[in-house]
Design a protein around this ligand. Structure first.
Ligand SMILES: Cc1ncc(COP(=O)(O)O)c(C=O)c1O
Length: 359
């Protein structure tokens, strides 16, 4: 159960710039995603990189998620400290220091990780030889994102064999992060890989896909067992632009104050790259102003956001404006705490516990 609002309105409490999280919207987004995944017959393993908050990870688990996904060991350590006991790290872990931390983390939770080469698997094998706890390893597959991942189902089979034959490692399945818009095609790729691996007599427990852009466009697939959405909990301008959600589904906004309206058609707010980030995410402009559809966030300096507007009515110095950022996940990483709200009402400030965990 997420906390309820008190009697105060956030506009009378919060100093700017600040990040607001509307828990009414968060709860709706969590419920809708869980219902969709139930319909698809897959379990939910949300990626916590979007919110970095143990409070919301627990809310996702309470709604039915089977565990969480993290990108970095540091994020996973913070979540394990908060009592979360089933974590998948979707990142190649390379280097002795990180492998040592991974081994220690495996003693504290049910841990799995991904690998896309024999070198990564050899590192895991060294770290987990004679370890107290084994680690699950999924083969990461490149189904079109052109990031990490093996390029063919045959290569996936080769690595599945290597993992299965390595003491201390448990072959846990295959995973991918699809290119946006390619969720269904990516799952067909995984179907082929899983079939090949199973035909070779290797048990393939998990077939894991993900990505918010395709969440509500997914069909049922023969082998997909798990979905890892992240951004769905907050949504953002990029997802509105992709048609994956509406503006009313955006839970994270950046609250700003108008600090100058120096010329006709131009106004300046107190949020720049240090809050909104310079992530264009393939779009033009740096966010969507909720209160003023005629406003465009044209450019940013560190502490200044330059807005241009079409109407005759200039934003007034001191006025509050909320901006839906292009990409919510990166904004979460910019602030020590976010302000939880419900509609107009204030709940409390919440420390972003897994902020800045880049190793
Ligand atoms: C490996 C992996 N899984 C899942 C996700 C969640 O994706 P989304 O935020 O599109 O839901 C990401 C996001 O970057 C990712 O990299």
């Amino acid at each position: 159960m997420l906390p309820q609002a008190g009697p105060l309105r956030w506009r009378n409490v919060v100093d700017t710039p600040a990040v607001l999280i509307d828990l009414d919207v968060v709860e709706r987004n969590i419920r809708r995603c869980q219902e969709q995944c139930d319909k698809l017959g897959v379990t939910v393993r949300p990626h916590i990189k979007t919110h970095k908050l143990p409070l919301l990870a627990h809310a996702q688990l309470a709604a039915g998620a089977v565990g969480i996904t993290a990108q970095k060991i540091g994020e996973a350590e913070v979540m394990a400290d908060a009592g979360i006991d089933d974590i998948l790290i979707t990142y190649n872990i390379v280097g002795e220091r990180k492998l040592g931390r991974l081994r220690r983390l495996a003693d504290r939770c049910r841990l799995s990780v991904v690998a896309d080469s024999a070198s990564v698997i050899e590192g895991l094998a060294r770290a987990f030889a004679n370890a107290r706890s084994e680690i699950g390893v999924l083969v990461e597959c490149d189904t079109g994102m052109q990031r990490c991942g093996v390029l063919t189902p045959e290569e996936a089979l080769k690595l599945a064999r290597l993992i299965s034959d390595t003491p201390g490692l448990r072959f846990a399945g295959v995973m991918t992060y699809p290119a946006p818009g390619q969720g269904n095609a990516a799952s067909e790729w995984l179907d082929d890989a899983a079939r090949l691996i199973r035909e070779a007599g290797i048990e393939t427990q998990t077939v894991s896909g993900g990505g918010t852009p395709d969440l509500y466009a997914m069909k049922r697939h023969a082998s997909l067992t798990e979905y890892r959405p992240g951004s769905y909990i907050y949504n953002d301008r990029s997802l509105v632009a992709a048609g994956a959600c509406g503006v009313e589904d955006c839970a994270l906004t950046v609250l700003t104050t108008v600090i100058s309206s120096p010329a006709r058609g131009r106004t300046i707010v107190d949020a720049g790259t240090k809050v909104l980030t310079s992530d264009l995410f393939g779009m033009s402009g740096y966010g969507m102003v909720l209160e003023r559809a005629d406003c465009s966030v044209i450019s940013l300096n560190e502490e200044h956001g330059r807005i241009e507007y079409a109407s005759e009515q200039a934003p007034v110095v001191g006025e509050l404006l909320r901006i839906v950022p292009n990409h919510a996940c990166v904004v979460s990483n910019m602030v020590d705490s976010v302000h939880l709200v419900r509609g107009e009402y204030y709940v409390r400030a919440e420390p972003v516990a897994a902020r800045g965990q880049i190793t």
